[in-house]
Design a protein around this ligand. Structure first.
Ligand code: FAD
Length: 342
C-alpha cells in the first residue's frame, strides 16, 4: 500500500470534480502511470455533485459533439462494466423545440453538425413530439430536433467511476489535500505546494472549477471565468407518471422555459437558465471553505420561466416542490469548456 506523500509525479491534477477525475482516468488509459490528483475536500464536492446530469448530442461544434458522443458511450455502459460503479444511465432521448423559423434554422445547423458526425438525430413535427411526450403543451411549436440516444446520469456516480478506473491503473487520488500554490521552477518543471507537502511535476492541470481563476493567479495565468448560479427544482410525485412504462424524453425549450424539463423517477424536474438578471457569485474569490455549497432558491428571479414551465407541463402545475437545487457553475465568456495549455 502506498501511503507516503509523493515528492514528484509526471502530472498533478488539482480538482476532483468530473473534469479532474475524467482527465486522470483518460491519462491512465493512455498509459500514464505517475498521476496524482489532489482534492481539497471529497470528490465531486464542487459543482459536480449537484448537476442535473443531462447530456445531449445537440451541439453546435464538431469537437464538442464528438466529445459528447464518446462520453455518452462511456456512461451508457462501458464505465460501469469496467469499474463496477453504478452511474444510473437513463437513455430516454430528448427533444429541442423551435417556435420560430429562426429557431428552426438553428436546429438545422445543429442537425448538420450531428449528421457530419453520423449521430442518430432528425427534425420532427410537433405530432411526433406529442406521440413520445403526450404531457407537453406544444402550442406554437413548429418543429423539434429529436436526439433519441441522449439521456441523463448520476454525475457523482460517473466521477467515482472515473476515479476508480484511474486508481485501478495506478493513479493516486489524495482527498482532503488543498493545493496552496503553483510555481514554475527554473528547470521548467512545476512545484505544487499543498497542505500536506510539495510535489514537483512535469505537468500541472488546473481542474478547479469555480476555483480555477484564483488558482491561475498563483502563476499569473488569467483564466476568464465567472461563477454564475443555476436552479433546478424537483416536484412531488406526478400521478400521471405512475403508470408510464417508459421514461419521457427530456424537453429542451429555450423560448418558453429557457431550460429543460424531464422526469426524475416519478417526479418532474425543471431546470431554468433565466435570460434576465443572471446571478454572478464569488466575484473576487470562491471561498476555500466552500464544500457541497448550495444557495437558497430565488423564486423571484426564476418565476417568469417557472410559470411558463407550468403552462407547458400542466401535470406539474399543482404539485409541491420537494427539492430545490441552486448551485454555482464556472462560465467562460463563450460558454464552451476552457481547455488547453496556458
Ligand atoms: C444546478 C446545476 C445543474 C447542472 N446540470 C448540468 C447538467 O445537467 N449537465 C451538465 O453537463 N452540466 C450541468 N451542470 C454543470 C456541471 O455541474 C459543471 O459544469 C461540472 O460539474 C464542472 O465540473 P468540474 O470538474 O470542472 O468542477 P467541480 O465539480 O467544481 O470540481 C472542481 C473541484 O476542484 C476542487 N478544488 C478547487 N481548488 C482546489 C485546490 N486548490 N486544491 C484541491 N482541490 C481544489 C474543488 O473542491 C472541486 O471539487 C450543472 C450545474 C449546476 C449548478
Amino acid at each position: 500500500m502506498v501511503s507516503e506523500f509523493p515528492a514528484s509525479a509526471r502530472v498533478v491534477i488539482v480538482g476532483g470534480g468530473i473534469m479532474g477525475c475524467g482527465l486522470a482516468y483518460h491519462l491512465a488509459h493512455e498509459g500514464w502511470t505517475d498521476i496524482v490528483l489532489l482534492e481539497k475536500a471529497e470528490l465531486t464536492s464542487g459543482s459536480t455533485w449537484h448537476a442535473a446530469g443531462q447530456i445531449t448530442h445537440s451541439t453546435s461544434s464538431i469537437g464538442l459533439g464528438a466529445c459528447v458522443d464518446y462520453n455518452i458511450g462511456l456512461y451508457a455502459g462501458k464505465l460501469e462494466a469496467e469499474t463496477g460503479q453504478s452511474v444510473s444511465w437513463h437513455g430516454c432521448g430528448s427533444f429541442r423545440l423551435a417556435y420560430t423559423e429562426d429557431e428552426m434554422d438553428w436546429l438545422r445547423q445543429t442537425l448538420s453538425v450531428g449528421r457530419a458526425l453520423r449521430f442518430n438525430m432528425e427534425l420532427v413535427t410537433p405530432a411526433r413530439v406529442r406521440e413520445l411526450h403526450p404531457f407537453y403543451n406544444l402550442d406554437g411549436v413548429i418543429g423539434a430536433l429529436h436526439t433519441p440516444d441522449d439521456g441523463h446520469a448520476d454525475p457523482s456516480g460517473i466521477t467515482q467511476g472515473l476515479a476508480t478506473g484511474a486508481r485501478q491503473l495506478g493513479a493516486r487520488i489524495i482527498r482532503h489535500c488543498r493545493a496552496t500554490n503553483i510555481t514554475c521552477l527554473p528547470s521548467g518543471e512545476w512545484q505544487v505546494d499543498t497542505e500536506k507537502g510539495s510535489i514537483t511535476c512535469e505537468h500541472v492541470v488546473n481542474a478547479g472549477g469555480t476555483y480555477a481563476r484564483q488558482m491561475g493567479e498563483w502563476s499569473s495565468v488569467l483564466i476568464p471565468t465567472t461563477s454564475m448560479t443555476h436552479h433546478y427544482l424537483v416536484t412531488d410525485t406526478v400521478p400521471e407518471f405512475l403508470d408510464l412504462e417508459r421514461e419521457l424524453p427530456v424537453i429542451r425549450d429555450d423560448k418558453q422555459v429557457s431550460g429543460y424539463i424531464r422526469m426524475e423517477q416519478k417526479s418532474g424536474l425543471i431546470g431554468i437558465y433565466e435570460k434576465a438578471q443572471p446571478n454572478a457569485v464569488w466575484l473576487n474569490e470562491c471561498p476555500w471553505a466552500a464544500e457541497n455549497e448550495l444557495f437558497a432558491a430565488d423564486y423571484d428571479r426564476i418565476m417568469p420561466w417557472l410559470e411558463n414551465a407550468m403552462g407547458r407541463m400542466p401535470v406539474l402545475a399543482e404539485l409541491g416542490i420537494k427539492r430545490e437545487v441552486h448551485g454555482a457553475i464556472s462560465h467562460p465568456p463563450d460558454g464552451n469548456p476552457l481547455i488547453g495549455p496556458a
